[in-house]
Design a protein around this ligand. Sequence first.
Ligand SMILES: *[C@@H]1O[C@H](CO)[C@@H](O)[C@H](O)[C@H]1NC(C)=O
Ligand SMILES: *[C@@H]1O[C@H](CO)[C@@H](O)[C@H](O)[C@H]1NC(C)=O
Ligand SMILES: *[C@@H]1O[C@H](CO)[C@@H](O)[C@H](O)[C@H]1NC(C)=O
Ligand SMILES: *[C@@H]1O[C@H](CO)[C@@H](O)[C@H](O)[C@H]1NC(C)=O
Ligand SMILES: *[C@@H]1O[C@H](CO)[C@@H](O)[C@H](O)[C@H]1NC(C)=O
Ligand SMILES: *[C@@H]1O[C@H](CO)[C@@H](O)[C@H](O)[C@H]1NC(C)=O
Ligand SMILES: *[C@@H]1O[C@H](CO)[C@@H](O)[C@H](O)[C@H]1NC(C)=O
Ligand SMILES: *[C@@H]1O[C@H](CO)[C@@H](O)[C@H](O)[C@H]1NC(C)=O
Ligand SMILES: *[C@@H]1O[C@H](CO)[C@@H](O)[C@H](O)[C@H]1NC(C)=O
Ligand SMILES: *[C@@H]1O[C@H](CO)[C@@H](O)[C@H](O)[C@H]1NC(C)=O
Ligand SMILES: *[C@@H]1O[C@H](CO)[C@@H](O)[C@H](O)[C@H]1NC(C)=O
Ligand SMILES: *[C@@H]1O[C@H](CO)[C@@H](O)[C@H](O)[C@H]1NC(C)=O
Length: 342
Amino acid sequence: MRFFTAAALLLASVPAVLGQNATLLAGLISLLNDAGLSQLVNVTSQVNTSAAGPSVLAQLSSGGTYVLFAPNNTAFQQASSRLPSDLDGLTDLIAYHIVSGNFTGVSTNYTNTTLGRTLLSDPKFVQLEASGEHQVLAWANRSDGQVHVLNQLNDTIVTNATTYGNITVYTIDNVLTIPETFAQTVPVNNASLFSTQAALSLVSVPYYNSSTNQTTNETLFEVLNSGLHGFTLFAPNNTAVQSVESNLTSLSSNQTALITLFQNHLINGSTVYSPLLSSANSTSAAGEPLTFVLNATGHYVTSGNVTARIVQPDVLLPNGVIHVIDRVLVNVQSDPSAASSA
Ligand SMILES: *[C@@H]1O[C@H](CO)[C@@H](O)[C@H](O)[C@H]1NC(C)=O
Ligand SMILES: *[C@@H]1O[C@H](CO)[C@@H](O)[C@H](O)[C@H]1NC(C)=O
Ligand SMILES: *[C@@H]1O[C@H](CO)[C@@H](O)[C@H](O)[C@H]1NC(C)=O
Ligand SMILES: *[C@@H]1O[C@H](CO)[C@@H](O)[C@H](O)[C@H]1NC(C)=O
Ligand SMILES: *[C@@H]1O[C@H](CO)[C@@H](O)[C@H](O)[C@H]1NC(C)=O
Ligand SMILES: *[C@@H]1O[C@H](CO)[C@@H](O)[C@H](O)[C@H]1NC(C)=O
Ligand SMILES: *[C@@H]1O[C@H](CO)[C@@H](O)[C@H](O)[C@H]1NC(C)=O
Ligand SMILES: *[C@@H]1O[C@H](CO)[C@@H](O)[C@H](O)[C@H]1NC(C)=O
Ligand SMILES: *[C@@H]1O[C@H](CO)[C@@H](O)[C@H](O)[C@H]1NC(C)=O
Ligand SMILES: *[C@@H]1O[C@H](CO)[C@@H](O)[C@H](O)[C@H]1NC(C)=O
Ligand SMILES: *[C@@H]1O[C@H](CO)[C@@H](O)[C@H](O)[C@H]1NC(C)=O
Ligand SMILES: *[C@@H]1O[C@H](CO)[C@@H](O)[C@H](O)[C@H]1NC(C)=O
C-alpha cells in the first residue's frame, strides 16, 4: 500500500528531465480535484511511476491541444475490479483516455462520428498497419442530445465539459475500455457471418507472416483475430446473413468461392475509419472494387451488384476496424492481379 497524496507525487517527479510542465500539470490537477475527479488524479499520479507514464504526462503538458476523457469517481469505483493491477497497464488505460487534436467546433468528422488518435500506442494493445500507430477513440452526438463514447460495453456519455488552457476535459460516467480482439468484440456487435468462430474456422487461407518469412495455412478466424495488422472488414449483421443463408449453404462445398466472398468484404492492409470511407474508393482483398456513397439517407458500400448500408461504423479493434452492414456482399468475382497490387 502506498501512502501519498496524488498531486504531490505528480509534482515530485516533474523535475525528472522528462519534459513535464509542472505548472501546467499542477493547474490541471487542481481543476480535476475541484471538479470532483480525485480518483482520476489518484490513478494518474500512480502512472507517473511507471515506465511509460512520465512520457504520457509530458505529452499532456506539452502545450498541445488534447481532450481528456475523465471518468468520475463513481466510474472508477464501479471499474475497480477490472482496473489493471500493474502500473504499465494503468498507463495504457490512461493513455487511451487522452485524444490529441483540437475538436473545438468540430461536432463530427463524419455525419455521426468523430474520431481522434489517443496517446495509446503500446504494441500490446495496438497492432495497426504502421508500427507505433496510435489507437483511435470514437464518439458521437446522438439524437438524445448527448455525446456518447462509442464501442463501450456500458453506454458512456459525456456529462460535463470544461477547459484548462488547450486541454478540454470531458467528464464521463464510465472508465473506457481499450479496443479488444476480434474474438472478444464481434459477438457483442451482432455481426455473425464472420464472427462465428466455427464458420470462420472451417476456411483456411495461406497466410504469409512477414516477421517469420513463412507461409502457413491459417483459418480466417485466426487471420482476423491476430494475423492481420491493419484491415477494414465490412461485416454483415445476423439478419443480413439469414436472408442469404440458402445461397451461402450452396456455396459451402466450394472453399475457393467462400474465400473470395469473404475477401470481397475485406480491405487488407488499411484501417479505414468512417470519415475516410466516402472519399476513398478501395480494392477488396479479392481485387474487386469497393465503392462508397454518403448521402442524407446513410453511408453505403457497393461490391459487384450488391449495395449495403453501414448500420454501425467504426467498431474498433487492436488491429483494424469493422463496419457492420445490412447485406452480405454476395460477390464471388475476383481479380487476382488487382488483389496482389492492393
Ligand atoms: C488511490 O487509489 C488507491 C487504489 O484504489 C487507494 O488505495 C488509495 O487510498 C487512493 N489514494 C487516494 C489519495 O485517494
Ligand atoms: C507551462 O505551462 C504554462 C501554462 O500552463 C505556460 O504558461 C508555460 O509557458 C509552460 N512552460 C513551458 C516551459 O512550456
Ligand atoms: C461542470 O463543470 C463546471 C466546471 O468545473 C462546474 O462548475 C459545474 O458544477 C459542473 N457541472 C456539473 C453538473 O457537474
Ligand atoms: C495552446 O496552443 C497554442 C497554439 O497551438 C499555443 O500557441 C499556446 O502556447 C498553447 N497554450 C498553452 C497554455 O500551452
Ligand atoms: C477528426 O478531426 C480532428 C479535428 O480536426 C482531427 O484532429 C482528427 O485527425 C480527425 N480524425 C480523423 C480520423 O480523420
Ligand atoms: C481550436 O479551434 C478553435 C476553432 O477553430 C480555435 O478558435 C482555437 O484557437 C483552436 N485552439 C488551438 C489551441 O489551436
Ligand atoms: C458496467 O456497469 C456495471 C454497473 O454499473 C459495472 O458493474 C460494470 O463493471 C461495468 N462494466 C464495464 C465494462 O464498464
Ligand atoms: C458520475 O456520473 C454519473 C452519471 O452522470 C452520476 O450518476 C454519478 O453520480 C457521477 N458520480 C460522481 C461522483 O459525480
Ligand atoms: C525475412 O526476409 C528478409 C528479406 O527477404 C530478411 O531481411 C529478414 O531477415 C528475414 N527474416 C527472417 C525472420 O528470416
Ligand atoms: C496449405 O494447404 C495446402 C492445400 O491444402 C497444402 O497444399 C499446403 O501444403 C499447406 N501448407 C502448409 C504450410 O501446411
Ligand atoms: C446518423 O444517425 C441517424 C440516427 O441515429 C441515422 O438515421 C442516420 O442514418 C445516420 N447517418 C449515417 C450517415 O449513418
Ligand atoms: C441488421 O441491420 C438492419 C438494418 O439496419 C436491421 O433492420 C436489423 O435489425 C439488423 N440485424 C441485427 C441482428 O442487428
